[in-house]
Design a protein around this ligand. Sequence first.
Ligand SMILES: NC(=O)c1ccc[n+]([C@@H]2O[C@H](COP(=O)([O-])OP(=O)(O)OC[C@H]3O[C@@H](n4cnc5c(N)ncnc54)[C@H](O)[C@@H]3O)[C@@H](O)[C@H]2O)c1
Length: 365
Amino acid sequence: MGTGATIALIKGDGIGVDVAEAACEVAVAACAAVAAPALGFDEIRAGAGYFAETGQDIEPGGEERAGEADAIFLGAIGLPAIRHADGTEISPHLRLRDRFGLYAGVRPVRAYPNAPQRLADPRAAEIDMVILRESTEGLFYSAAAHGRAQVIGDAEVRETLRITRATTEKLHRFGFKLAEARRARGKRARLTCVDKANVFTSMAFFRNIFNEIAAQHPETEVGYNYVDAQALDLVRQPWEFDILVMENMFGDILSDLAGGLVGGMGMAACGEIGDRTGLFQPAHGSAPDIMGQDKANPLAAILSAALMLDYLADKTGEPRYGQAAARIDDAVAQGFAANRLRPMEFGGDMGTRAVTRAVVEGLNP
Ligand SMILES: NC(=O)c1ccc[n+]([C@@H]2O[C@H](COP(=O)([O-])OP(=O)(O)OC[C@H]3O[C@@H](n4cnc5c(N)ncnc54)[C@H](O)[C@@H]3O)[C@@H](O)[C@H]2O)c1
């Protein structure tokens, strides 16, 4: 066993605490199942509850410690009743994205048997794709938090969509690497560039850089789709797609659409990866309406932990973390197939604890 990777753990607020604990329990058990070096955790207090207690949104030195770990795992942050004086919510995690340049937003979208399926076509059972969303620039360069919008009195507002060569090259390289990793797991590995290159110079630039990187990866099948046609195709034939790479705002919208095809927020896993570190969290929030009731579906957090272990395998060169990730993915897929996973979120009888136990039991088939 040896010294394993360290995780900066921010449980946060509401169900974030429960699902983060569930995900850590599963990650620790998965590492043990494949004899991977044990994970170490550095818990950092942050969030709305912490703010109400202390007047700070993250403990002193917390951001620095987060950057020193091999990866960051976050439950959820924010409670609508606790706000700053200007009315905005407590959100230290958004600073982490900027601070660490977490450009590659990875959002897997996969249909599981016995989980809700919104399309009647039986091929919807084959949906297994990843939305790769650039997460630091694009139209979000102008997001209100950055104060970059050009406000011309009460008459007009202009926002800036920014595409840089440096970030776009890194994003597309990441996409081709992801395609290789998926091919190694027996998946189709086709990378589709989603843009609006027919209309916008910035998007033609985005596609040109995609083509430059694609030329270095002749083994990977590539495709192109304009974002409007992609929205149509996500409803008409989502099973045809594997990895979709796109600008920030397009990814924001299409990842929700894609997530809606295969269930609810409790399945939406997310990794945000930069050059130095990665932050992994379920895409959902703190769900105050169900907190403290053992009703939350922990699978989005658990699948985010699998993304984190894959990332750690790559970062530390320890292949057993990759095997641990595969164990988690298989335990979830097989758990649904055998109807051993029945989250309350989908009308089932299993709360957070019961789902977590069933995944842990499924790690050693
Ligand atoms: N990244 C984050 O930490 C993050 C993301 C979104 C929202 N938030 C914060 O969370 C708080 C609540 O926001 P919201 O209500 O808009 O979004 P939410 O995602 O917390 O909840 C939306 C709905 O989905 C349900 N839901 C969410 N996760 C679920 C799960 N795992 N299992 C079962 N049901 C689940 C909730 O019960 C609720 O009905 C706010 O303070 C918001 O700012 C944080």
